[in-house]
Design a protein around this ligand. Structure first.
Ligand code: HEM
Length: 326
């Protein structure tokens, strides 16, 4: 009897590092039918099937640097790239969200690379080697953002970001983040949503710290959670971004947000990245933030933070990626 191949996830739950590169690519579609060339698909399959060995090429050079790369695939590319496995059941393009004041746009992306380590040079080297040869000819870079650790894991608004994340090895981390067998095409993988936000720092810094804390739902200096607002009152970001499971628990997601930007360019940003075993959970969070709960009482964080991008991918298991070259 042949043994079933074990399903190994990619390094989704790797710890937050000091540096991360977020690469969003589209596949070139030069012909009027809008389909990628078979040679392009082949080049991408070959590259993705060898991502593990490219990662090893980099990580061996400093084993303390916690190098990891996860690869995501968009809904439009899945059928051509992975023809023998049905798409994960919730995989669909990022749905734009329109609130009364703020909107979250949907922007293009077929492939996503979340590259992270303690060293900027390792991430650079990975990106350099990845974007070489036939793969580079098959794709176009839509966005490449460099994120970095800001003090004690703070965002550029000055708040500690990532506290409520599920903890590696803790209760539910696997269930919350890695899709189970009932998601046939998605087993062992994770939905990932990315949004690149820019902040109006001048307006944010014009607020008193207490007002900023009410908007976020935590104290700024020591990161202590504030009580939820009364039902129907203006809720904080923390409350609006919480999706309950109806049994006293929450559908937590894994966020690896990173600050990015350069004061000399007037650029101050947060790269939002959320992994979940259930795409609808992140979509529900975005509805609650942009439309508000109750509708109209939207997340005040958005008065100071504008999303420039919004894209959804599926990060398949490492086993599926490795099999693409067969
Ligand atoms: C919590 C910042 C966008 C989901 C937080 C916290 C901060 C923060 C400071 C409190 C500490 C923590 O638990 O991490 C930001 C910034 C954003 C952003 C600066 C972009 C400008 C988003 C988006 C989502 C989201 C787009 C989901 C779609 C969450 C969740 C929590 C959270 C689930 C934890 C809530 C809880 O306490 O259970 N965020 N966030 N955030 N955020 Fe965001």
């Amino acid at each position: 009897m042949a043994l079933a191949k074990p399903i190994t996830p990619q390094n989704i739950t790797s710890p937050l590092t000091k540096h991360a590169t977020f690469l969003v690519l589209t596949v070139n579609r030069p012909n009027p039918d809008g389909l990628p060339e078979p040679t392009a698909i082949k080049a991408i399959q070959t590259t993705l099937s060898t991502i593990d060995s490219l990662s090893k090429t980099i990580s061996i050079r400093d084993q303390d640097a916690a190098f990891a790369c996860t690869v995501g695939i968009g809904a439009a590319l899945w059928p051509a790239l992975v023809p023998t496995i049905p798409p994960p059941r919730e995989l669909r393009p990022f749905a734009p969200v329109h609130g009364s004041v703020h909107s979250a746009p949907s922007t293009p992306g077929d492939l996503f690379f979340h590259v992270r380590s303690q060293r900027r040079d390792l991430n650079f080297e990975f990106e350099r080697l990845l974007l070489e040869g036939p793969f580079d000819k098959a794709v176009s870079v839509v966005d490449a953002t460099e994120g970095w650790r800001y003090f004690d894991v703070r965002d550029l608004l000055g708040f500690v970001d990532g506290t409520a994340n599920p903890v590696s090895g803790g209760i539910g981390m696997g269930d919350l983040v890695i899709a189970a067998g009932e998601d046939v095409g998605g087993e062992g993988g994770s939905y990932v949503v990315v949004q690149k936000y820019v902040h109006d720092m001048k307006a944010w810094q014009g607020l008193k710290a207490e007002e900023q804390e009410r908007i976020i739902g935590r104290t700024k200096w020591d990161n202590v959670e504030l009580a939820d607002a009364e039902h129907g009152e203006q809720a904080s970001h923390k409350t609006l971004a919480t999706v309950e499971d109806g049994q006293g628990g929450e559908y937590s997601i894994l966020r690896d947000n990173m600050p990015f930007g350069a004061p000399g360019r007037g650029e101050f940003g947060t790269y939002f990245i959320g992994y979940s075993a259930r795409l609808w959970v992140i979509e529900r969070m975005l509805q609650r933030m942009f439309v508000g709960e109750p509708p109209g009482k939207y997340d005040r964080l958005l008065d100071y933070s504008t999303p420039l991008t919004g894209t959804t991918f599926f990060v398949p298991s490492a086993s599926l990626l490795a099999g693409l070259g067969e």
